[in-house]
Design a protein around this ligand. Structure first.
Ligand code: MN
Ligand code: MN
Length: 291
């Protein structure tokens, strides 16, 4: 067995790798964060605080105990070396996908999603991406860096091409990014997420990857993040988004990024991430049963 379950797993996700259908791993990538760092601590804080949640979700009407999930823990990334880190995340994702399992990645900064999505795209060439975020993440480069959490989705676009990326809740970005969006490269809903319902209907049968930058939530709900943006969605709206995700027939992977637990000493932001992750694990298992 190549991957081992971590000693302290996310709540009820302590099955062995081989017997599990969904694999959780976390990427403590925290190098290009442009403002306040700390996402490298998210994975393990989420694991510790998951002790406090119920196994059962009344929203998904499903129980973590009913499914086999393996949490393989934090990847051992070389701190400060972006290129090597991206490569390691990519290789790990590929190996998990080769075993025909679904992945849930916990960030880390949002750049960690790039190698994960790349590996999924290589397996599913018709991949569609649902991206919830306060930020466009569509810069060509940022502070002279090609790979940054402010550029990663632009580089995903270079892989997947026009009209494959659906963004929701966006309320911050450079003028040039919004102009580029208006040229018709990605489909973007600014400020709100309500068109998600129609989008899920359109891409219902396609392979879909979901990436959730938790700063899509309002800072009143989720202050524990590096670049908070006022005017975000509520937690109930995020749960509504999961209801829409349930209508999809082929979700291939999911990630939750940009929690910086130390920025919210109350622990409330980590609780939001923990509950979102529970919904995510159950979503993927339920989705797998559809096929
Ligand atoms: Mn982002
Ligand atoms: Mn963001």
């Amino acid at each position: 067995m190549k991957f081992k379950k971590v000693d302290l797993s996310f709540q009820s996700c302590g099955s062995e790798f081989d017997e599990s259908e969904v694999i959780i791993f976390s990427c403590p990538l925290d190098t290009t964060t442009s403002f306040r760092p700390g996402t490298r601590f998210a994975g393990n804080q989420i694991r510790v605080d998951s002790i406090g949640i119920e196994w059962y979700s009344p929203h998904r009407q499903a129980n973590l105990k009913s499914f086999k999930t393996c949490d393989i823990g934090d990847l051992d990334l070389p701190v400060g070396d972006v290129e090597k880190s991206i490569n390691l995340i990519y290789e790990t994702t590929k190996e998990i996908l080769n075993e025909d399992k679904k992945t849930i990645m916990i960030g880390g900064e949002h750049l960690a999603s790039y190698p994960v999505i790349k590996a999924h795209f290589e397996k599913y060439p018709n991949l569609k991406i649902i991206h919830l975020d306060a930020h466009t993440d569509l810069r060509e480069e940022f502070l002279g860096m090609k790979f940054s959490h402010a550029t990663f989705m632009r580089h995903v676009h270079k892989l997947v091409g026009d009209n494959k990326i659906y963004q929701f809740g966006i309320r911050s970005g450079d003028e040039a990014e919004f102009k580029w969006v208006d040229e018709g490269h990605v489909i973007q809903q600014k400020f709100e997420i309500d068109t998600l319902k129609q989008v899920c209907d359109i891409i219902k049968e396609e392979p879909v990857y979901i990436t959730i930058d938790l700063d899509v939530l309002d800072p009143g709900v989720f202050p524990g993040t590096g670049t908070p943006e006022p005017g975000g969605i509520s937690y109930k709206e995020l749960l509504w988004a999961f209801d829409q995700f349930e209508t999809l027939n082929n979700i291939v992977g999911l990630d939750i990024v940009e929690l910086s637990p130390m920025l919210d000493p109350s622990g409330a932001s980590t609780a939001v991430a923990v509950k979102t992750l529970r919904e995510g694990v159950l979503l993927l298992h339920k989705n797998r049963l559809k096929r």
